[in-house]
Ligand binder design. Structure first.
Ligand code: GCU
Length: 408
């Protein structure tokens, strides 16, 4: 009998001295007992094995591109954000021959008068496109499986997480869509057919889909379709794309970065358990807690490791390794112990050996930095003072990283 969330929460460990001793398998260890020693071998063999492992055991398969993708421009304003930006709303239509269609709306801001097409940040939002901006004529998006708006009163409630004005001022474009419109979160069994998976597995029972798919894979797949759309948009440089996400969407950003190498910089903010944090530390949220909250975020097979993290044949530093040698940013917050900042930092430390194969350093230190003093290697880590959130303080670091990467 599974325990209730209240019961599980009572036993959550926040005491560093109670973190169990654990051994971390190296992503460089091959199944035959040998060890990967070259970037060549990592890229051409081992990385594929690790990626397949993650698809099977953690987040599931990503569907292919649909038979048809169409981009329908719904609106354009050339005086957005106090006349500093061009704003577009684009409906991304995904169509499968004989299995219907699904669509969602992407909001895109592009700096006005940019000399060259700019790099672009993209990420999913929690509460609808209208929640990310203070422009009240932006379409309300984000619907549950009944087709109702999840946050009808949500105008501008998460503007601070998006920082569009400053992003535009610094010369970047920024795009977002609501994650519910790809896979409605908290939607139970029925959700599997009322989301993008309905296009690919229309006849398959939900329980069976859950064995090889998850909402995190659906959301990551949606980010890749947004990037397809941006590749079609001459006013942005989609070859310079930065994917970012907060919390469950930070987990998603990491998985999108792992599965789609077009993302040049990957940012996970407070992604915690099932994101950057190491499962085996069992500090803050653990497998039992996360799978009780949202089993469908992961494939159903992950449940066999509940209260048995020690038996996991991998840990989340493998996920970070899949992004190598591209830069990745792991961001935590001091008061966000549920997400285990130290566990998030350590996955960066342990993924660094894969970066070193490429002549890079990775994180470049194994000493956790004090709050608000980011470490900036190819793997960067910062611990912001404050709560579980995505704030201007986080963005200051992201802009800095994008500036270094794209020479701006
Ligand atoms: C819950 C969940 C976390 C998740 C977070 C969020 O707190 O336990 O794993 O990251 O929600 O997405 O906000």
């Amino acid at each position: 009998m599974p325990r209730s969330q209240e019961e599980i929460r009572k036993d959550i460990n926040y005491d560093e001295s109670k973190v169990p001793a654990f051994e971390l398998p190296s992503p460089l260890e091959r199944p035959d007992g040998g060890r990967v020693t070259t970037a060549y071998e990592w890229v051409n063999r081992r990385r594929g094995e690790v990626l397949d492992f993650y698809k099977k055991e953690v987040y599931g398969q990503l569907p292919p591109r649909p038979d048809k993708i169409r981009f329908e421009t719904l609106s354009v304003r050339d005086d957005a954000l106090d006349n500093t930006a061009i704003r577009k709303e684009i409906r991304i239509h995904l169509e499968m021959n004989g299995a219907g269609s699904h669509s969602f709306v992407m909001l895109l801001y592009i700096p006005k008068n940019a000399k060259l097409p700019p790099p672009v940040f993209l990420g999913l939002n929690f509460k609808g496109n209208h929640a990310t901006t203070d422009e009240t004529d932006v379409m309300m998006t984000g619907r549950n499986i009944a087709g109702e708006l999840v946050e009808p009163e949500g105008h501008a409630v998460q503007v601070h997480r998006w920082q569009f004005r400053e992003t535009i001022r610094r010369g970047y474009a920024s795009a977002t869509a609501c994650y519910h419109d790809i896979y409605p979160d908290f939607c139970s069994e029925e959700g599997w057919h009322r989301c993008v998976y309905g296009l690919f597995y229309p006849e398959e029972p939900a329980e069976s889909i859950h064995k090889h798919a998850s909402s995190i894979s659906a959301w990551a797949w949606g980010l890749s379709r947004m990037l397809d759309c941006l590749e079609n948009e001459p006013s942005v440089d989609a070859s310079k794309a930065v994917v970012h996400g907060h919390s469950r969407l930070g987990k998603t950003a990491l998985w999108a970065g792992a599965t789609d190498p077009r993302f040049r910089l990957v940012i996970s903010n407070d992604s915690g358990c099932g994101g950057a944090a190491l499962f085996k530390r069992c500090f803050g949220e653990n497998l039992e807690a996360i799978l009780a909250l949202a089993p469908y975020w992961f494939v159903s097979g992950l449940q066999r490791y509940i209260n048995n993290e020690a038996a996991l044949p991998f840990d989340q530093h493998w996920l970070i390794s899949l992004i190598a040698p591209r830069p990745v940013c792991i961001a935590s917050a001091t008061e966000d112990l549920w997400a285990d900042p130290k566990g998030e930092f350590l996955s960066g430390v342990y993924a660094s050996e894969v970066y070193r194969l490429f002549g890079a350093e990775g994180l470049g230190t194994d000493a956790m930095p004090p709050p608000d003093q980011p470490v900036t290697g190819e793997i960067s880590y910062h611990l912001r003072t404050g709560k579980h959130d995505q704030t201007r303080g986080d963005w200051l670091h992201y802009w800095d990283l994008a500036g270094k990467l794209f020479g701006r």
